[in-house]
Ligand binder design. Structure first.
Ligand SMILES: *Cc1c(COP(=O)(O)O)cnc(C)c1O
Length: 372
């Protein structure tokens, strides 16, 4: 296998940082000239700008996407004995946040075309202990939040959106992170909006959730500096907030660049024999990932790597089959769509400033690898 420089990297963040280098350096200088390093003025300004961009009353900066989910679940009163619905095919953090609360993750199968949580199966999984659902806007495409809202109403559930892969996405006019009780975002560097380190955000128009997350993120500090409950150390850093403020105005353009890359893949791969990702009508897909399905995925992936083309797998196992979560069930075979997809899915290079020539190289190499 070829080592050294990738011909086409999976993600290259240096390109976007070069494009806004001056704004990032100005952000850094601003932080050196003031004294808000954990929370503070830059964080408050970014919270307000981010809330405006999502369309919620409040946004609360935290240390990571995982913490955004964990603290929001806690703020919604989720705890021991409670069941929380989530898709089986998501990043481990979605389930970790539920486990951190002492609640039980209930894994649900996904839809065949979109890979999003199957809401019919979610409804089947509701029991008298179900307290919340965490729809994940996977790969950059939103779950149908109107249907989630109706279901939540019927069963008295809290709705906590995992929007960690969906900054700027929408469906039927509802923006990611604005339609549930709260939305949770990650600013891990490779997300559609990424810091130069870790960070996260909770968006909500519910003042109760906002206040509780604000307190929990900073050691449970409440009014008059009283520690009203035992909380956590989960603050967004001023430096990361300043960098994120420099990047937020670029998000729409960067998402557009991802969408252009996605349509180029569609064109070049139309006769390739691989299964292309479904794009739901009436939605804005922000292509955090471009995921295809191929037979002999591992063989195809190795042949691409030989040509210097980096790919990813999101995710190699649905969470109910991962050692960390298998105790929660269900048994292998119970979630057939997610289980079948995981051995066939392949994430192709996708990031803003991926050029057309690179997309064509990936597509040509993929076709050769499929035919080999
Ligand atoms: C990245 C991600 C998270 C967690 O974000 P961190 O910032 O890494 O904690 C949670 N859920 C999903 C779906 C993600 O992609």
């Amino acid at each position: 296998m070829l080592t050294g420089q990738a011909t086409v990297p999976f993600v290259d963040l240096k390109r976007q940082h070069r494009a806004i280098g001056r704004a990032l350096r100005e952000a850094y200088d601003r932080v050196l000239d003031q004294d808000g390093y954990t929370l503070g003025g830059e964080v408050e300004a970014f919270e307000s700008e981010f809330a405006d961009s999502v369309g919620t009353e409040h946004a609360i900066g935290v240390a990571s996407g995982t913490d955004a989910l964990h603290l929001t679940l806690r703020a919604c009163g989720i705890g021991s004995g409670d069941e929380v619905l989530l898709p089986a095919n998501t990043f481990a953090a979605t389930a970790e946040a539920i486990v951190m609360c002492g609640a039980r993750p209930v894994f649900v199968d996904c839809e065949r075309g979109s890979y999003l949580i199957d809401l019919d199966r979610a409804e089947d999984a509701v029991t008298p202990s179900t307290r919340a659902i965490v729809p994940v806007h996977l790969y950059g495409q939103c779950v149908d939040m109107r249907r989630v809202g109706e279901m939540a109403q019927r069963h008295g559930l809290r709705v906590i959106e995992d929007a960690c892969q969906a900054h700027g996405a929408s469906r039927s006019g509802l923006g990611a992170g604005s339609a549930g009780d709260a939305g949770c975002f990650s600013f891990y560097p490779s997300k559609n909006l990424g810091a130069l380190g870790d960070g996260g955000m909770v968006t909500t128009s519910d003042p109760g959730i906002a206040g509780r997350v604000r307190s929990l993120r900073n050691h449970g500090e409440g009014a008059k500096r009283l520690h009203t409950e035992s909380g956590y150390c989960s603050r967004l850093h001023g430096l990361q907030a300043a960098f994120l403020r420099a990047k937020l105005p670029m998000l729409a353009e960067w998402n557009e660049m991802r969408a252009e890359g996605a349509s180029a893949y569609r064109e070049y791969l139309s006769d390739s024999g691989c299964v292309l990702p479904e794009e739901i009508p009436d939605g804005r897909h922000v292509y955090h990932l471009f995921v295809v399905q191929v037979a002999d995925r591992d063989g195809v992936r190795a042949r691409l790597a030989e040509r210097g083309i980096q790919t990813g797998i999101h995710y190699a196992l649905p969470l109910h089959l991962e050692p960390a979560f298998e105790a929660y069930g269900p048994d292998k075979g119970a979630l057939p769509v997610a289980e079948a997809a995981c051995s066939r899915i392949l994430s192709l290079p996708m990031f803003p400033y991926l050029v057309d020539e690179e997309v064509r190289m990936v597509a040509d190499a993929l076709k050769d690898a499929i035919d080999a």
